[in-house]
Write a protein that binds this ligand. Structure first.
Ligand SMILES: N[C@@H](CCC(=O)N[C@@H](CSS)C(=O)NCC(=O)O)C(=O)O
Length: 291
């Protein structure tokens, strides 16, 4: 099969993927592009449509920053389209709002959406304060979280920024409203507290359920491509990123059977997060409670 044939097949595959997402909600209204046009400057593509889209996306420019808040060991992720400058911030933390706004300003970005992967129990989200300081910013969280926000997300929704997008996969178990945000080309997944690197979110408070968490991770995250990068909401050991393949092989909890997993989760005996009693009520109202 020659390279032109492969490229045409890839383009058809991209067009098909666009059709399948046509009926799902896209937020905001800007169109989701899958870079269907052929670019004859590219070297021959030897892989499938998904790799083709990924390569095109990288070349078209996705700005990406992993940011850390040390008191809660939380990762905040900034993603932006380098051409349009539209940006999305995932899991901002109250304590690091100044840092995040400075970076957004320095990079000349326009922050469209601040999205929380769930109603966090260990820190107060920065979303509410960011909304007060950045005109036009919209907050987003899962509808199933029970929290208030401008955008209530459901399975299959897409958050678009320029030509890029994040698609919502509901991954309950740590809480009812946990979602994983998957990049349009499935090269990256922001798993919140559902899947941590060599770990997972605890299931002993809020609406925690270890069986649901196991099913979410196996059914909605481990079904992503092996090369998909895993970016969690926390890490307590200095790790920054993993892949689906690595977690399927080496995650000490999720490589076990469901029964073994439930037993592990029932015996974690972790102390309660120190801020849980202020963080949960605050995060149910976008972090604006009492500030
Ligand atoms: N010590 C921290 C809380 C640590 C903690 O419980 N982390 C959660 C995610 S934040 S609710 C978790 O699920 N951990 C899983 C694990 O195996 O560690 C604090 O006091 O805030």
């Amino acid at each position: 099969m020659n390279s032109v044939t492969v490229r045409l097949q890839s383009t058809v595959a991209c067009a098909w993927r666009l059709q399948t997402t046509r009926n799902s909600r896209r937020i905001p209204a800007s169109p989701l592009h899958c870079h269907g046009a052929l670019n004859t400057d590219l070297p021959p593509v030897k892989t499938n449509a998904r790799y083709y889209c990924c390569r095109m996306e990288q070349r078209k420019g996705l700005l990406f920053r992993q940011l850390f808040e040390s008191s809660s060991s939380t990762y905040t992720y900034l993603l932006a389209d380098s051409d349009s400058k539209e940006a999305v911030l995932i899991d901002p933390v109250l304590e690091t709002v100044d840092r995040d706004i400075k970076l957004i300003d320095e990079l000349g970005l326009s922050l469209k959406v601040a999205v929380n992967t769930h109603c966090h129990a260990d820190h107060i989200t920065g979303t509410g304060l960011l909304k007060k300081r950045l005109f036009g910013l919209k907050s987003a969280i899962s509808k199933l979280s029970g929290a208030t926000a401008d955008i209530l997300l459901s399975e299959g929704d897409s958050i678009t920024f320029g030509k890029h997008c994040l698609t919502v996969r509901e991954t309950p178990g740590h809480t009812d409203g946990c979602v994983t945000l998957v990049a349009g080309d499935q090269s990256m997944a922001f798993t919140g507290d559902a899947l941590l690197i060599r770990g997972c979110g605890r299931t002993d408070f809020q609406q925690g359920c270890s069986k649901r968490l196991y099913e979410s991770v196996h059914g909605r995250i481990f079904t992503l491509p092996d090369h998909c990068l895993i970016y969690p909401a926390h890490d307590y050991k200095g790790q920054t990123v993993s892949t689906v393949e690595e977690e399927k092989k080496y995650n000490p909890r999720l490589t076990k059977t469901l029964e073994e997993f439930v037993d592990i989760m029932n015996n974690l005996n972790l102390p309660k997060p120190k801020k849980i009693d202020i963080a949960v009520p605050a995060n149910l109202v976008c972090g604006l409670h009492d500030i």
